[in-house]
Design a protein around this ligand. Structure first.
Ligand code: RAM
Length: 880
């Protein structure tokens, strides 16, 4: 048995942890069938070596019987600030023998307010120099007031510290440096949170970056979300949180003799402007490389209280990969259009040869081309334009660091000479959630769809789960997030990412108990719409089901019930018709009009049902919620459901909600499925679903015996379909089915993103039904797998793997002639219900052994559609 994947608070070796009672997890791997953990012991110590010395342990859990591996509460001594803790887990296997050990560490951040001696500093507007009169080639250069802050402090060290940590954050976005060398690899730190409630600080290990003698700590700070443009608010500058950026930083040095020195931001730092003349997330960045970091103006102390600081709880944004140019097309002298072959999110890195001082190189970004030229109308007010003024000389490298664009194409003008493909690279950045899933099949269009979903996830998980990365919006829309979250959990470990964002969702709730449409809140004062506000209920529940995160569920629970109470209070008749906010309905549905009250009431029922289940998990009274759920269901049936199983509106989404959320009398389900199928078939196997209906589409069809239709939709190449966008070159999921069509060209530029993940919520079904990885209704964090490979469509094989919270799960199938092969992996301690589709249940074998007699098979039951097997852990290959 191997124990691996040790995590503290759902992160690997976190530096700067803020939780005072962190939760510890590990995973298991074992090839043996039926392998399981029978007991574990956790020990913790101040030093890794001390873990071997019982007298030096800080905590010894003792041998605890059981198979628990997930999110076990720290039960050692109260944690101290800025302290590293090493912990080890020993596990005993199912035979009772000691089986494996592994160890890891975490390090706390500054846990107490008093730990902070730093004060916020920034630019003193009064001290600004007069604006230089613009020169000819400098006409649009922004002035010093908009320039990024270059903050600086010098200090001397008589000797090097044995340990040095920088704790820092910004109002804005920042990059720290020590002795001219970049600290860490974070981008756009501190990320975006509801700054009124919480700003995250980052902790860096800088021990190696200090030297004896003179040292300099600097930081560059730009507007970011703090004082730059956010959302579609046209105010300039938007200043949602504050008028200007600032920095808070504290360098803590520990010396061999036990002494400590703290160097913190304060009135003795200096400030200057420098090459970054302006930087905005949406507008772009202006760099004048001729400018040095000159001038040493005194800083202004902005605020002496650290404010609502919290330790960064999840993976930061990083440049995760880079893509070369696939083509560079010269359009005119000095003007090139570069194609990276992939719609992505990030920025470009450009090498310039032979630039003359003052030459201005302008980079515009676009997702698509129109008549061969970059199409930027759909960016709305986001200029997404980076400007570089060359300092002259050879081999200059420009890369803007305080902006982010959604693009596949970059137009570079003003470039000296020829642009070689090797001189331009796209740098892809996103919140660095560990990628945990793979899906594979033999249909290139389906693989492209899967890839498009993954790229949409990468590009829109930038600090918050955003709707789109390119135009002047980029908001944390709750519906987009909730419909896509199940797919997101397949591709990546998004546990800590969503748990952190949910704090903003909960903080955004209004006094009446309403969640909002977006979090953090920008512009939307009204209550959230049906399916939007419900994200505040659905996502905490998903995190519990997928990752076993009970703490987040507990922290969200009161807000979840308040949301239900809010809807109920304003809709005593139980049809959700009032207080529906901006009531978007089945947003961006196509050729259909799902009645809003049907959609809203269905969501009211679903969220109430989740609250009832959550209450049970948390040991709270649930009867009230169960009764309410039953009453809403009855009201739904009375108002919207006909005796023939028809649902008001008759749209695909109306049926999907009614069937998928279990709102129909059982006797009418078959009729409703027939109505749904007829609508799809009458349209020549086309869908009409928008954001709200689409996640239910293929799963509901598959669950009700119409996998054939689900596959027909998957393989559809005509409009509207996923295949249609792929046929037209999509490399990400479009916001709208008709983002571009043969008959109409581009949809209205007023709202037409080519990188939105919502319609990509079908990804969950690719993993869950096409390949077949799911879990049973009562299972938590895949403890009891439900494996239902579903051969169908044009596919001859499909396979998925997921590194779940308990270990590796795999399921896949392949078909050759009449033979079906199914392979599955069940992690130690877990069980699986495996359904093998076959007309000959008795013919299923593992090798030459009948399935019922195979090692690890606990039960085998023939069914109408195949063979149901109950399995212990292990790897299996069955043929049918
Ligand atoms: C647009 C976007 C977003 C959606 C809202 C309702 O701004 O499509 O994704 O949630 O509308």
């Amino acid at each position: 048995m191997i124990v691996y994947g040790l995590q503290t608070e759902q992160r690997t070796e976190p530096l700067g942890l803020g939780e005072t009672s962190p939760r510890l997890s590990w995973k298991l791997r074992d090839a043996r069938r039926g392998a399981a953990q029978s007991a574990y012991r956790i020990t913790a110590a101040a030093r890794a070596d001390d873990l071997d010395t019982p007298a030096r342990l800080l905590w010894d859990s003792g041998r605890r019987a059981g198979g628990e591996t997930l999110l076990i509460d720290w039960d050692g001594p109260a944690l101290r600030s800025a302290t590293r803790y090493h912990w080890r887990v020993e596990v005993w296997d199912d035979t009772g023998a000691p089986a494996a050990t592994a160890q890891t560490w975490f390090e706390t951040g500054l846990l107490h307010r008093e730990d902070w001696t730093a004060v916020w500093i920034g630019r003193d507007p009064v001290a600004l120099p007069p604006v230089d009169p613009p020169t000819d080639d400098d006409l649009i250069s922004p002035g010093p007031a908009e320039a990024a802050l270059y903050l600086r402090h010098e200090f001397r060290l008589a000797r090097r510290p044995v340990r040095a940590r920088l704790h820092a954050t910004a109002r804005g976005v920042y990059e720290p440096y020590l002795n001219g060398e970049r600290v860490g690899d974070r981008e756009l730190a501190p990320g975006w949170t509801e700054y009124h409630h919480r700003i995250q600080y980052q902790t860096y290990d800088v021990t190696e970056q200090l030297r004896t003698g003179d040292n300099t700590i600097t930081a560059v700070v730009a507007d970011g979300w703090w004082s730059g443009y956010v959302g579609f608010d046209p105010r300039r500058p938007a200043r949602h949180y504050g008028a200007a950026p600032g920095l808070l930083a504290q360098l803590v040095l520990d010396f061999a003799d036990g002494s400590q020195r703290v160097i913190a931001t304060g009135g003795d730092w200096t400030e200057s402007d420098g090459p970054v003349r302006s930087a905005d997330l949406m507008m772009g960045q202006y760099v004048d490389a001729r400018r040095g970091v000159t001038g040493n103006r005194p800083v202004a102390v902005l605020d002496t209280a650290p404010g609502p600081l919290v330790a960064e709880p999840d993976a930061p944004i990083r440049v995760v990969t880079q893509l070369p140019a696939v083509s560079v097309d010269r359009r005119e002298p000095g003007r090139f259009v570069v194609d990276f072959g992939q719609n992505l999110v990030g920025r470009i890195r450009l090498r310039v040869h032979g630039g003359t001082a003052g030459r201005r190189i302008v980079v515009r970004h676009a997702e698509v081309l129109a008549d061969g030229e970059p199409y930027t109308l759909n960016l709305r007010r986001a200029a997404a334009t980076d400007t570089y003024v060359s300092a002259g000389g050879d081999g200059e490298v420009f890369e803007p660091q305080f902006t982010v664009h959604g693009f596949r194409y970059a137009e570079i003008s003003g470039y000296p000479g020829e642009l070689a493909p090797g001189d331009v690279t796209a740098r892809v950045l996103h919140s660095d959630t560990p990628w945990t899933g793979t899906f594979d099949c033999d249909d290139p269009a389906v693989m492209r769809l899967h890839a498009n979903i993954g790229w949409g996830q990468r590009g829109n998980f930038v600090a918050v789960p955003t709707d789109c990365p390119q135009r002047d919006e980029r908001l944390g829309w709750l519906a987009d997030a909730q419909v896509f979250a199940p797919t997101a959990t397949r591709n990546a470990d998004v546990s800590a990412f969503f748990a952190r964002w949910l704090r903003d969702v909960v903080d955004g709730q209004d006094d009446d108990g309403a969640f909002r449409d977006v979090a953090p809140i920008i512009a939307f004062e009204r209550e959230g719409a049906p399916a939007w506000g419900d994200g505040g209920v659905i996502i905490p529940w998903l995190l519990w089901r997928t990752y076993g995160d009970r703490r987040t569920l507990e922290r969200c629970f009161d807000a979840m019930t308040a949301w239900i109470d809010h809807i109920h209070r304003h809709n005593p008749g139980l049809l959700w018709q009032h207080r529906t906010g901006n009531s978007y309905g089945d947003w961006l549905q196509i050729d259909a009009d799902t009645p809003r009250d049907v959609l809203a009431t269905a969501y009211f029922a679903r969220s109430t049902q989740i609250v009832a289940e959550a209450a049970d998990v948390l040991g709270r009274p649930s009867a009230r919620w169960r009764q309410l759920h039953a009453a809403i269901t009855r009201a739904f049936q009375d108002a919207f459901v006909g005796d023939d199983g028809s649902v008001k509106g008759g749209t695909q989404t109306a049926y999907l909600l009614a069937i998928g959320f279990g709102l129909l009398p059982p006797a009418l389900v078959g009729d409703a499925v027939a109505h749904l199928a007829a609508d799809i078939e009458n349209r020549g196997n086309r869908l009409t679903t928008g954001f709200v209906g689409v996640p239910l589409l293929c799963p509901v069809l598959t669950d009700h015996g119409r996998a054939d239709l689900a596959y027909a939709l998957l393989h559809q190449r005509e409009y509207p379909s996923w295949g249609y966008s792929i046929r037209h070159g999509a490399t990400t999921i479009w916001e709208r089915w008709d983002g571009w069509t043969d008959h109409g060209g581009f949809q209205s530029a007023a709202m037409n993103s080519f990188n939105h993940y919502s319609l990509g919520s079908v990804g969950d079904w690719l993993y869950g039904r096409v390949a077949g990885i799911d879990q049973t209704a009562g299972s938590v964090a895949y403890s009891e797998l439900l494996l239902r490979p579903t051969p169908g469509g044009h596919l001859t094989r499909a396979h998925a793997e997921q590194e779940t919270a308990r270990g590796l799960v795999a399921c896949g199938w392949s078909r050759e002639d009449d033979r079906l092969t199914v392979t599955v992996t069940v992690p130690p301690g877990c069980t699986a219900e495996l359904h093998i589709p076959t007309s000959d249940p008795g013919g299923v074998h593992e090798g030459t052994v009948p399935a019922a007699e195979a090692d690890g098979v606990l039960r085998a039951e023939p069914e109408a559609t195949g063979l149901a097997l109950r399995l212990t852990s292990g790897r299996y290959t069955f043929t049918a």
